[in-house]
Each structure stands twice: as structure tokens, then as C-alpha cells.
Write a protein that binds this ligand. Sequence first.
Ligand code: MN3
Length: 193
Amino acid sequence: MNFELQPLPYSKDALAPHIGEQTVAIHYGKHHQGYLTKLEAAIGNTPDANMSLEQLVTDRADASYYNLAAQVWNHSFYWECMSPNGGGEPPAQLAEQLTAQFGSVATFREQFTKAATGQFGSGWAWLVKKADGSLAITSTSNALCPLSDGDTPLLTVDVWEHAYYLDYQNARAAYVETFFDHLINWEFVAAQV
Ligand code: MN3
């Protein structure tokens, strides 16, 4: 088994005050690490242990360990989607693509926010690139990752309560608003297109 917990791209207190050190410490150190530990135990020394994490998520959607593999991948991607000085406006080329697809960057934000706040229970909201090159907003329940549907993830926000409850309690909309205003790493997002 050659999977490793991807290092956080910043220190645990770097997203404060928007996402506090305690949230990141538990979310990364307990939840994310926990999914990886359970994944390793579930796969053991079977041939699948030689696949990459992305291959597991893409090609093993029917595996018993799928939820664990997807949660490891989703969280690594989520951390990269944020930065301490994030938020604000996307780079020009991505802004043009969002405008072409959704009408305006503001409309994109509105629709993505609706997907994030409207996801019932635990899950994720995503901006993805479809196989035909178009952009789309989706939300997924629990662990489901768009890679498994053949879509390319560009941006995600974790809307499981463990992602925001210490900082925002039940106010998921305030967390998503802060995500847009202060946290999104647009350079990373643009590089995924
Ligand atoms: Mn999470």
C-alpha cells in the first residue's frame, strides 16, 4: 500500500480566522487521516493496493472501499482549493469561461452556493468540466466523487458539518460565503481546467 496523506499546502492555522486551527487540525488530522487509515486496512495487500488513488476513485466505484478512497481524494483536493490569501475574483481566462457557461461570475457563485447550501446532509459541491468541455455545477452525497462519473473536478467545497461546525455552527451559508470571499485558491482552480 503506497498511499500517503498529502501534506497540507499551508499550516493548520493559516486559514484562520475564516477556518480555525482546531477545525483544520481535526478535519485533516482525524477525518482525512482516518479515511486513509481505514482505506489501507480495507485494501490490504490485494492487487488494488498497486493502483493510484485517482485510479481507485475512477475505476473502482463499485468497490467496498470506494467511499474511503473517494473521501481521501476529495479531501486532498479540497485543501488545494483553498489558500490563506484566497477568494476574490478568478483569473481573467477562467472568469471568461465561467461567464460563457453561466452568464457571469456572480451567477456562477450564486448557483454554486445554492448547490452547496442545498445539498441535504453530508456531501460536496463541485465545479466540474464535462467530457465535452463544458463546465457544470454539481453536488454529491457523502463521499461520491465526480471522477467516478467521468467528470474533471475543478473546485470543491466540503459541506459535511465537520468542515464548518466549530467555526460557523449550523450556518453553512456563512461558511460558503467566506469560502468565496477569502479562501478559494483560484490559481489552483484555473490550473485544473
Ligand atoms: Mn471533510
